[in-house]
Design a protein around this ligand. Structure first.
Ligand SMILES: Nc1ncnc2c1ncn2[C@@H]1O[C@H](COP(=O)(O)OP(=O)(O)OP(=O)(O)O)[C@@H](O)[C@H]1O
Ligand SMILES: O=C(O)C1=C[C@@H](O)[C@@H](O)[C@H](O)C1
Ligand SMILES: [Mg+2]
Length: 171
């Protein structure tokens, strides 16, 4: 069975979309950030604070590889920071990029304290521009998310899922 990986910048809606697909269609989903927090019994902000980003990235790769059976995985925004994660997701499933503009992300994450890499405007924009290219190169499909409701977005993903028979395929 192939898995479906949702990728995209912080605030693009990966968690929201994964959770809604599960609620609306009963397709199982797991959030990688939540899985890491559950495994370590520690919040992501605290992992960054106490152990640093590199340690977090190692936990992220290990946890990604441990999730072998869940059909839909909402990844963290930085999953593409390690090329081995991209290769792994490509081998094991289909990658969907939830493409959302910087302006939309900014509106959503104003005053957000839970994302250690969401910092000042200049750093946020530089990180967004760098990663946007990597998300695009890595994705099998791009779903445009600006000015669209979660319902519209999940309908597109689920019809793709059904049309392609993605998750039933053995190859
Ligand atoms: N289509 C949408 N329209 C409006 N708001 C949305 C939409 N999708 C997500 N949001 C809002 O944007 C915020 C960030 O969404 P979410 O936490 O799902 O992002 P994420 O991609 O999982 O981020 P991260 O990479 O940091 O985990 C939330 O407040 C959520 O309610
Ligand atoms: O964009 C990132 O690098 C991150 C996004 C979040 O999902 C978390 O995985 C963490 O805050 C790092
Ligand atoms: Mg998330």
């Amino acid at each position: 069975m192939k898995q479906l990986y949702l990728i995209g910048f912080m605030g693009s809606g990966k968690t929201t979309v994964g959770r809604s697909i599960k609620e609306q269609y009963g397709i199982d989903y797991i959030d990688l950030d939540e899985a890491i927090e559950g495994r370590l019994h520690k919040r992501i902000v605290d992992i960054f604070k106490e152990e640093g980003e590199e340690a977090f990235r190692t936990y992220e790769t290990e946890t990604l590889k441990a999730l072998k059976t869940t059909p839909i995985i909402a990844t963290g925004g930085g999953i593409i920071e390690r090329s081995e994660n991209i290769s792994y997701m490509k081998e094991n499933g289909i990658i969907i990029y939830l493409k959302t503009s910087f302006d939309t992300i900014k509106l959503r994450l104003t005053r957000d304290q839970s994302r250690p890499l969401w910092k000042d405007e200049k750093q946020n924009k530089a990180l967004f521009d760098k990663r946007n290219k990597i998300y695009e190169y890595s994705a099998d499909y791009i779903v445009h998310c600006d000015n669209r409701t979660t319902k519209e977005i999940i309908e597109e993903i689920v019809s793709l899922y059904r049309y392609k028979g993605i998750l039933d395929s053995e190859d």
